[in-house]
Design a protein around this ligand. Sequence first.
Ligand SMILES: Cc1ncc(COP(=O)(O)O)c(C=O)c1O
Ligand SMILES: [Zn+2]
Length: 371
Amino acid sequence: MGIKYVCNECGKKYDPKTLVFKCTCGGLLNIKKFHFKFSKKDIMHNEWSLFRYIKTLPFDDNFNLWRDISMGEGLTPIVPLDKNYPNLLVKMDYMMPTSSFKDRGAVVLICKAKELGIKKVIQDSSGNAGTSIAAYANRSGIQCDIYVPENTSPKKIKQIASHGATVHVIKGNREDTAREALKAAERGDGFYASHVYNPFFYQGTKTYVYEIYEQLNGEMPEALVIPVGNGTLLLGSYYALKELLELNLITKMPKLIAVQANGCAPIYKAFKEGKDTVKQVTNIGTLAEGIAIADPKRGNQILKAIKYTKGKIITAPEDKIIETKEYLAQKGFYVEPTTAATFAGFLDYYKENDLKGKIVIPLCGCGLKSS
Ligand SMILES: Cc1ncc(COP(=O)(O)O)c(C=O)c1O
Ligand SMILES: [Zn+2]
């Protein structure tokens, strides 16, 4: 297939085999547009994982390694939340092998790493992405080093270690952790399997939208509500929606409504101020550890995607996270605070706006993982 990376800033192209993870100009790498044919008949109907959409993924037709690596991730149910919100559907993305949506990106990235012959990967995360990468790396026989900040939920740290990864708990915040992992990647300690830098991760998160397309029988919702820290689910969804439009499988772009935590909302700030570039903010503290990203490296790309869909960015009120977690549990959904925050933000927005069309919102992380 000849997949290439292309720099988001200067357009320079790279071969993924070179193991480069950013451009010489400092820009982040995207996957250069590759062409594929896809319609409902190309869904592999007898495959019960996200690999049923393999035609949309950056692999050659004869690529088979995924069969040993996949754990049946994806195909998460879409169900109503509550009669009080008649047009609101939740997609249960915590029903995944490692209990978060990050398995979508991790399985595709690790399949690619295996194809490239990688022996060791490095990654940094607030917990969930690290767990996913650790699980799939170990399953594929790839050594794995995961960097997490010291405030990461102990259950997540234990889960990462259980999957055989070496866990580096970094004194300091999420940004200090990213710096340590980056240093290790620059030293050549391993392939940087970062969900922020490595664009193959976003190919995996595309499947969130391909599933919605299939499950709702081609009738896409009016809006997708998505939590945003580094934007892996948001950007993957955006790429998939653009592909569906280009394939003439949908005729209208759903709006992307991003949710950030009140205590750490750099993309919201830029959006509100009418800026095109996202500047680092200070994280003043939030229970929503999964979206507490003060300096999102793909911030400008995320902002552009939201604007392109005529979407919005809203924030989650910190003082409503716990009560929303309890409310969701009353409805049967046991989620982690980051997911409760997404709902807290959106339910306020829902009450203040006359939203008529169908809306889908993900349950990204399972409550059993948080302390
Ligand atoms: C439960 C949960 N929700 C949402 C997110 C946000 O994802 P992203 O940083 O890719 O925007 C994360 C990230 O770790 C998460 O763990
Ligand atoms: Zn460049």
